[in-house]
Write a protein that binds this ligand. Structure first.
Ligand code: NAP
Ligand code: 3JM
Length: 347
């Protein structure tokens, strides 16, 4: 019989945590005991998993006694405080926050790209940022076959990437505007920043806090994480991250320059179509292309609108879409957990 594992989900009541439970259930993940953890606020809440009711508990260091795998998505400060406590108690942590992603001792993993890096873990494995994950899945087959020199990305990101409160804020603002009522903005663009702007019927060119270099932290996550995952410290990457009033599904306009020039668009499409985790949706004649709305609930990364640059024979433009809560968060984390079992490197 397959071995069963004790699994803790930290942030189980959140937007990512809910998708984590759905994904674990759909994958029939080999769970012996399941522990659902949150802050004090939601402790006592009942959540059903596979028809059985569980009571959510407040996450404390002792919550991790006897846990084999801990899936963290409760924000960076919770991971900084509790992930080392989980590791101390023998758990392997898959962390969905930015807390450890750039730590040289922590593998940053997208299984389609660098599954082998998991083997180097010292207790914590980091799950990249949602916008990074979907982009590197699409870029990796191109890197392998044509080489990669430069990436310029602009994102069109959904509000669910900022949590349940941001979704609610978008709903409330939309209703208020349509009813002619006063619009309140308290969360977006970034709950930790001074000013808040309306997201309904808007496009906000700020995700996370501004850094000293004029880029936002979300943009710097995409830049630094892409280089780390692809093992390409010299890759040229630039990013502009924008929040749109879309509930779920991040879209990206991506321009790349390859090492090798002259490969036809048809050949690049074939490379992408043959790769794990990618669905090509690209048929302009029939208006087929990826969209946020059609990506929701699916694990794949969708690629379309592939065109050669008009001035450079090693330049390509494409449109990359994925469900930010699935491949961008829950599904990638569960894939890492499945790899830990498959590669027999759980602690
Ligand atoms: P959310 O909907 O706001 O949910 C936050 C979750 O964290 C809730 O379950 C909340 O519990 C829990 N939490 C908050 N403070 C806590 C504490 N002190 N101790 C224990 N649990 C606590 O946010 P979300 O969208 O699910 O995102 C959660 C985190 O996941 C983000 O902060 C981010 O770091 C990460 N994330 C990663 C990606 C990615 O790209 N890989 C994408 C989205 C989010 P209560 O119900 O008790 O408040
Ligand atoms: C996505 O610590 C926090 O306040 C969480 C901020 C956050 C992050 C992050 O930096 O971990 C919100 C939404 C992410 C992420 O995946 O990078």
């Amino acid at each position: 019989m397959q071995k069963q594992y004790n699994v803790a989900v930290v942030g189980a009541t959140g937007a990512v945590g809910q998708q984590m439970l759905k994904t674990l259930s759909e994958r029939n993940f080999p769970i012996d005991q399941l522990k659902l953890l949150s802050s004090k606020r939601s402790a006592g809440t009942k959540i059903k998993y596979k028809g059985i009711e569980y009571t959510v508990e407040e996450a404390t260091p002792d919550s991790f006694e006897g846990i084999h795998i801990a899936l963290f998505s409760a924000g960076g400060s919770v991971s900084k405080k509790l992930a080392p406590e989980a590791v101390k108690r023998g758990a392997v942590v898959v962390d969905n926050t930015s807390a450890y992603r750039m730590d040289p001792n922590v593998p940053l993993v997208v299984p389609e790209v660098n599954e082998q890096d998991i083997a180097k873990h010292q207790g914590i494995i980091a799950n990249p940022n949602c916008s990074t994950i979907q982009m590197v899945v699409a870029l990796e087959p191109i890197r392998q076959n044509l080489g990669l020199k430069k990436v310029v990305v602009s994102t069109y990101q959904a509000v669910s990437g900022a949590g349940l409160e941001a979704i609610e804020e978008m709903h409330d603002q939309t209703k208020a505007i349509l009813n002619g009522d006063e619009v309140k903005a308290e969360i977006l663009p970034c709950s930790g920043d001074k000013k808040h702007y309306q997201i309904a019927f808007n496009a906000i060119p700020q995700i996370d806090l501004f850094q000293e270099n004029g880029y936002t932290f979300e943009e710097m996550k995409m830049i630094n994480e892409t280089k780390k995952i692809m093992h390409m410290a010299d890759l040229e990457v630039a990013a502009t991250c924008v929040r749109l009033p879309i509930e779920t599904g991040h879209s990206e306009s991506v321009y790349i320059e390859t090492e090798k020039g002259g490969t036809s668009v048809a050949e690049v499409k074939e490379l992408l179509a043959a790769s794990a985790g990618i669905t090509v949706q690209d048929d302009p004649e029939n208006q087929i292309y990826p969209m946020a709305s059609t990506s929701v609930g699916k694990n794949d990364v969708f690629v379309g609108r592939l065109r050669r640059d008009l001035d450079r024979d090693n330049g390509y433009h494409m449109w990359i879409v994925s469900d930010n809560l699935l491949k961008g968060a829950a599904w990638n984390s569960v894939q890492i957990a499945e790899s830990l079992i498959k590669l027999n490197i759980l602690g």
